[in-house]
Design a protein around this ligand. Sequence first.
Ligand code: UDP
Length: 235
Amino acid sequence: MKYKRILLKLSGEALMGDRQYGIDPKRLAEYANEIKQIHDKGVEIAVVIGGGNIFRGVAGASNGMDRVQGDYMGMLATVINGMALQGALEDAGMPTRLQTALKIEAIAEPYIKRRAVRHLEKGRIVIFGAGTGNPYFTTDTAAVLRGVEVHADVILKGTRVDGIYTADPEKDATATKYDTLTFDDVLKKGLNVMDTTAFTLSQENELPIIVFDMNKAGNLVRICEGELVGTTVNV
Ligand code: UDP
């Protein structure tokens, strides 16, 4: 396998499937199946999951809510998603641990880097919940942060589109996809890969990012085997 240890970032919205809100159990089972294929091949898997299908702090703030209060609610939403994914992975026969940046001891371990690494070495899938534990950050930033901390080989950002395009392919029919980009290319071209904090952290630590379509069966395993799927951003 090309990648021995990966950090998979899934957005909260991805869990909605065809719904407008919440979690689609069918989609969860599909993702568990995709993850099982790489788990069976011995890839060590860490997952960071978003919360946008349930709550986003910015949305709360735009309705008059205190932003910090809203962000903590968003972080809790990622814990709900993490628990849902954990259940689906266990149903598919994989050992898992949920570690959260905010302590919720009845349901998750607190985030402890050394412990997380030990779980990965033992073949357990580690889901990191509650983002970075701080308001004003995103789960993309949490993904890169945890990826750097546990020495993941790559960040795999699973999305609805199959890579990074010259323009938004859902709005511009002439948009074309990049296969590879450097971090500098992304900045020069003003492309939107992740928020600036997440992107800078990835660049500074030379941690490659692959943006790919998580809804296409087999993509995850193909990437781990070294096939060029989606768009790779590297130094
Ligand atoms: N959040 C936060 N700090 C973090 C990560 C997340 O405050 O380190 C909050 C923030 O309000 C965010 C919400 O949790 O809007 C859900 O995360 P995100 O928007 O990144 O989820 P996604 O877009 O991936 O579903």
